[in-house]
Design a protein around this ligand. Structure first.
Ligand code: NAD
Length: 459
C-alpha cells in the first residue's frame, strides 16, 4: 500500500483524513490519498521560495530542468510502472507515451530556455526591451488521463520562468506526481519551489483557484470544471490557461491512402482507451470508400489492445452513452459491452448510423467509443467536423487536399495523415468550449511570465 503525502516546503506531510486510490484493473485499493482542503501552508512555502528561485539565472534553472529530466529518466521504468498501476493503461503505453514524454517535457524546456531569444524594439531615439518576469506563485491542476505527462508539461515551463508552484494531480491518479516530488526532493530542489497537494477537485482544487496569492492557474480538465475555474479566477484577474474537453473528428477524404489511414485512425480512436483529449472520436468517411474503410478498420480493431477506463464511475458514464446511442438509433458495429472480468473494462466500441448532430456524436464521452458517419462532399465533411461545441483537434486523411481542408477545421490543432505527432514548440490548445489560451514553446513561456517593457531613451 502506497501512502501518498503532500509535499509542502520540502517536507512530505501526511494528513489524518485520507481516501482510497482504487485500481481500475481490479478495483483493489492501491494507495491512500490525503484529503486536503487548505492550501495556505503550501502558498506560504511557495512565496518564501520565490525570491531564491526567481533570483537564479535562466540558465541555472535550465540546468535544474535537465537534472530533473535525468533523474526521471534514470527511474523511467518505475514511472511507467506507477502510471500503469494508477491508470490501468498497458505498461508499454505508460512507458512510451507517459513516462518518456514526461522526461521529454523537462528536457525540452531546458533546451528551449537556453535558446530563448531576447525581444528588443529599436526606435529612432530609444530602445525597448522586454523583461520576462515570473508571475509568482502559480497553481497547476491536471486530469487523470495522462497524469505526469500533463502535469510536467506545466511544471517544466513554470519552473523555467522562475515561478514557484502549487501542483494538484487528479485525485484518481496521484502516484507519479508523488514520485516526482520524491525525485525533486532527493535532487535538492530548493524547499517550497515545488509543492504538491492532493485531494478532491471541489475542495483542494477550488482552494487553489480561490487563493488570492496564487497569481496564475493552468488547468487541464473537463469543460464543465473549466467554467467553474474561470468564474472563480476571473474576478481576481488571475492569468488563466484552460485546456478543456474535445470531440475531435477524423476526416477521411475520398483519396485517402487507407494503408496509413486505417491504423492511424484506429490509434486516434482507441489509444489510452480513447481517454486522450485529442482522440478522434468522430470518424467521417467519404461515401466512395465507406464500406472498404469500415471493413478494414473493424478487421484491424480485432488486434488493438486497450486497458480499462479510469474508474467504475467513468465506465458507467461511458456505458450510458452506448445505451444512448442505441436509443438514438445507432448500430453497434463492434464492442458495446463489458468483458466478463473484474475492473473497469469496456470493449472498444464502434457505432454507425447516427446523425452527426446526435448527442452521442457531439458530447464528449472520453472512452473507447467512436461514431462513424458518411459524407458525400468535402464541404459536407467540414460542416460535420465543425458541428460541435468543441474545437480542440482533428485529423485529415488525404493524398492531395489535406492542407486545404485542415485550414477549414475550427480547432486549435489539425494533423494531416498523422495523429498525435508532437513538436513541443508548437501551440497546443483549443477554441470554442475546448479552452482558452495555448501552451507549448513560446506560448508556455508567455503564460508563465509577465512581459514587462523597459523603454530607455538614448543620449
Ligand atoms: P476534471 O475536470 O474532472 O478534473 C480535472 C482536474 O481538476 C482534477 O485534478 C480535479 O480534481 C480538478 N478539479 C475538479 N473540480 C475542481 C474545481 N472546482 N476547482 C479546481 N480544480 C478542480 O477532468 P478529468 O475527469 O480529470 O479529466 C478528463 C477531462 O480532461 C476531459 O474532458 C478531457 O477532454 C480533458 N482533458 C483536456 C486536455 C487538453 O489538453 N485540452 C488534456 C487532457 C484531458
Amino acid at each position: 500500500m502506497i501512502h501518498v503525502e503532500n509535499l509542502v516546503g520540502g517536507e512530505f506531510v501526511e494528513l489524518e483524513e485520507n481516501f482510497d486510490n482504487i485500481s481500475p484493473l481490479d478495483f483493489s485499493v492501491i494507495a491512500k490519498i490525503p484529503r486536503t482542503r487548505y492550501v495556505g501552508d503550501a502558498v506560504i512555502s511557495a512565496k518564501k521560495a520565490l525570491p531564491g528561485w526567481s533570483g537564479l539565472s535562466l540558465l541555472e534553472r535550465c540546468d535544474w530542468l535537465d537534472k530533473i529530466a535525468n533523474a526521471l529518466e534514470a527511474n523511467i521504468d518505475e514511472v511507467a510502472r506507477l502510471e500503469s498501476l494508477d491508470t490501468g493503461k498497458p505498461l508499454d503505453v505508460a512507458l512510451n507515451v507517459d513516462a518518456t514524454r514526461s522526461v521529454n517535457n523537462f528536457r525540452f524546456f531546458a533546451n528551449f530556455g537556453r535558446n530563448l531569444e531576447s525581444q528588443e524594439f529599436e526606435m529612432d531615439d530609444a530602445i525597448n526591451y522586454v523583461l520576462r518576469k515570473p508571475v509568482g506563485v502559480v497553481g497547476l491542476i491536471s486530469p487523470w488521463n495522462l497524469p505526469l505527462y500533463l502535469l510536467s508539461w506545466k511544471i517544466a515551463p513554470a519552473l523555467l520562468m522562475g515561478n514557484t508552484i502549487i501542483a494538484k494531480p487528479s485525485e484518481l491518479t496521484p502516484l507519479t506526481a508523488h514520485f516526482l516530488g520524491k525525485v525533486c526532493t532527493k535532487l535538492g530542489l530548493p524547499d517550497g519551489v515545488l509543492n504538491i497537494v492532493n485531494g478532491y477537485g471541489p475542495e483542494v482544487g477550488q482552494a487553489i483557484v480561490e487563493h488570492p496569492e496564487i497569481r496564475a492557474i493552468s488547468f487541464t480538465g473537463g469543460t464543465e470544471t473549466g467554467k467553474i475555474v474561470a468564474a472563480t479566477a476571473a474576478p481576481m484577474f488571475k492569468k488563466l490557461s484552460l485546456e478543456l474537453g474535445g470531440k475531435n473528428a477524423s476526416l477521411i477524404l475520398s483519396d485517402a491512402d487507407l494503408d496509413i489511414t486505417v491504423p492511424g485512425v484506429l490509434r486516434a480512436s482507441f489509444l489510452n482507451s480513447g481517454q486522450i483529449c485529442l482522440c478522434g472520436s468522430r470518424i467521417l468517411v467519404h461515401s466512395s470508400i465507406y464500406d472498404d474503410f469500415i471493413s478494414r478498420y473493424l478487421e484491424e480493431l480485432k488486434t488493438f489492445k486497450i486497458g480499462p477506463v479510469i474508474s467504475d464511475d467513468h465506465r458507467t458514464k461511458v456505458l450510458s452513452y452506448i445505451q444512448l446511442a442505441i436509443e438514438e438509433g445507432g448500430e453497434i458495429l463492434a464492442g458495446g459491452s463489458c468483458p466478463d472480468k473484474l475492473g473497469a473494462w469496456i470493449e472498444p466500441t464502434v457505432i454507425a448510423g447516427l446523425s452527426h448532430k446526435s448527442r452521442t456524436a457531439t458530447e464528449e464521452i472520453f472512452g473507447p467509443v467512436v461514431t462513424i458517419h458518411e459524407f458525400d462532399s468535402d464541404e459536407q465533411a467540414v460542416e460535420m467536423a465543425n458541428s460541435t461545441q468543441y474545437g480542440l483537434a482533428g485529423s485529415v486523411w488525404s493524398k492531395s487536399k489535406g492542407r486545404e481542408i485542415a485550414e477549414k477545421i475550427d480547432s486549435g490543432m489539425v494533423w494531416v495523415n498523422t495523429w498525435l505527432h508532437r513538436d513541443l514548440r508548437v501551440p497546443f490548445g483549443g477554441v470554442k468550449d475546448s479552452g482558452v489560451g495555448r501552451e507549448g514553446g513560446l506560448w508556455s513561456v508567455g503564460f508563465f511570465s509577465e512581459a514587462v517593457n523597459i523603454c530607455i531613451m538614448e543620449d
